[in-house]
Design a protein around this ligand. Structure first.
Ligand SMILES: Nc1ncnc2c1ncn2[C@@H]1O[C@H](COP(=O)(O)OP(=O)(O)O)[C@@H](O)[C@H]1O
Ligand SMILES: [Mg+2]
Length: 375
């Protein structure tokens, strides 16, 4: 029997993040004591190409998708367990040393904008199977409670950004560039704002795969040699999502290859110019969001895989007029911030503390997020 340690002594949590990029599972081991969060280890399990394709297929309605979703949930649990076992082996820890796993799950539908009472989010991952395979308590399905309370259910990382990255003497902004990009505004007065600005890497990734065979454009080296197609850029920027007021969150439901193809029908260009235009779209929409919602920002930090896209960061820096730093400078490496956030959210759930910020998600109030699958 795994007896819960007192919240005042350090406890170990594991965070598992599998985001819209569909690149794989980021796993971290974290110690938490009072407000202190310290990363102890990390492990990455890439998605096999077949799983990535199956997940992409599940984003659009199809025959027999309930069966597919259930089978893939099991497969995801196996990969999540592989990541957990990798972490445990690296740190020579037994499962009963870990208080809980916080598992984001793999989002395949995110529909918070549906009429009242119809909104939902669907994240795959068989948490019962993960608890069985690891012998560790699993906390999952973090979004649903916030949506039930009238919120967007996402982004959920701003509460963590506030707890760990906010400063009392400097107005910071955290930009997470995953498949989708999200911003957390952390002013010194504590009135945190957070939302999805729109596409991060996902359109660039899809275009790069189609035209170069690579899963992403390393450092943006391919795109940067193209030219921005202004007509195409303006057409993409005219999507109502960008002008929609906050709170807002999005996903592949809106920003997907079909969305891009629709715009390309009237604004076709060479693959490289389209790649450059997609990079510009990500940079411009993040910079516009920063300008509109983060007045007085003094420090900007990036995290997520997009932080490795040097051409993108360079462009973002020019548009923002502020130096762009990496979250490594705040103690968490760019690739692990979201996974650490889900370890933190698991702790919040286990301790029956709220995990959402109603000002960010639009929920009726603070809520304890997540469903618990005991070890
Ligand atoms: N060296 C790199 N150069 C450019 N982009 C990169 C690089 N490494 C990772 N990325 C981008 O980061 C993405 C993964 O980012 P991640 O933060 O895991 O997103 P998500 O949370 O949506 O899974 C990749 O799909 C790719 O687009
Ligand atoms: Mg990822």
């Amino acid at each position: 029997m795994n007896l819960p340690a007192s919240p005042s002594s350090p406890r170990l949590f594991i965070g598992l993040m599998s985001g819209t990029s569909l690149d794989g599972v980021d796993a971290v081991m974290v110690t938490q004591q009072a407000d202190q969060v310290a990363q102890q280890g990390q492990y990455f399990v890439p998605y096999p190409a077949t799983l990535k394709q199956a997940l992409l297929d599940l984003h659009t309605p199809a025959q027999d998708e309930l069966h597919q979703a259930a089978v893939i949930s099991n497969q995801l649990a196996d990969l999540y367990a592989q990541a957990v076992h990798g972490l445990l082996a690296e740190s020579s820890l037994a499962p009963n040393a870990v208080t809980a796993i916080g598992c984001h799950g793999q989002t395949i539908r995110h529909c918070p904008e549906l009429a009242a009472g119809q909104a939902y989010t669907l994240q795959l991952g068989n948490h019962a199977r993960l608890a069985e395979l690891t012998g560790i308590t699993v906390v999952g399905d973090f979004r649903s409670r916030d949506i039930a309370a009238g919120g967007q259910g996402a982004p959920l990382v701003p509460a963590f950004h506030q707890a760990v990255f906010a400063a009392t003497d400097r107005h910071r902004v955290i930009i997470n560039i995953g498949g989708i990009a999200n911003l957390s505004d952390l002013p010194v007065n504590g009135n945190v704002t957070g939302f999805d600005s729109g596409p991060g890497n996902l359109l660039m990734d899809a275009w790069t795969l189609t035209h170069t065979g690579q899963p992403y454009d390393a450092s943006g080296a391919w795109a940067v040699r193209g030219e921005v197609n202004q007509a195409l850029l303006q057409s993409l920027l005219a999507d109502p999502y960008f002008a929609q007021p906050i709170p807002k969150s999005t996903g592949r439901d809106l920003f997907n290859q079909a969305w891009l193809e629709r715009h390309l029908q009237t604004h076709a260009d060479t693959p490289q110019n389209v790649a450059r235009t997609l990079l510009e779209l990500t940079a411009v929409t993040i910079a516009n969001a920063l300008q509109q919602y983060c007045h007085g920002a003094q420090e900007v930090y990036v995290c997520g895989g997009g932080a490795h896209n040097l051409a993108l960061i360079d462009r973002l820096q020019t548009l923002c007029g502020l130096p762009i730093q990496r979250t490594d400078a705040l103690g968490v490496g760019v690739d692990w911030v979201e996974a650490v956030a889900f370890a933190w959210l698991a702790q919040r759930c286990i301790d029956r503390l709220p995990g959402n910020l109603p000002a960010v998600t639009g929920a009726a109030g603070p809520r304890v997020l997540g469903a618990i699958y005991p070890a």
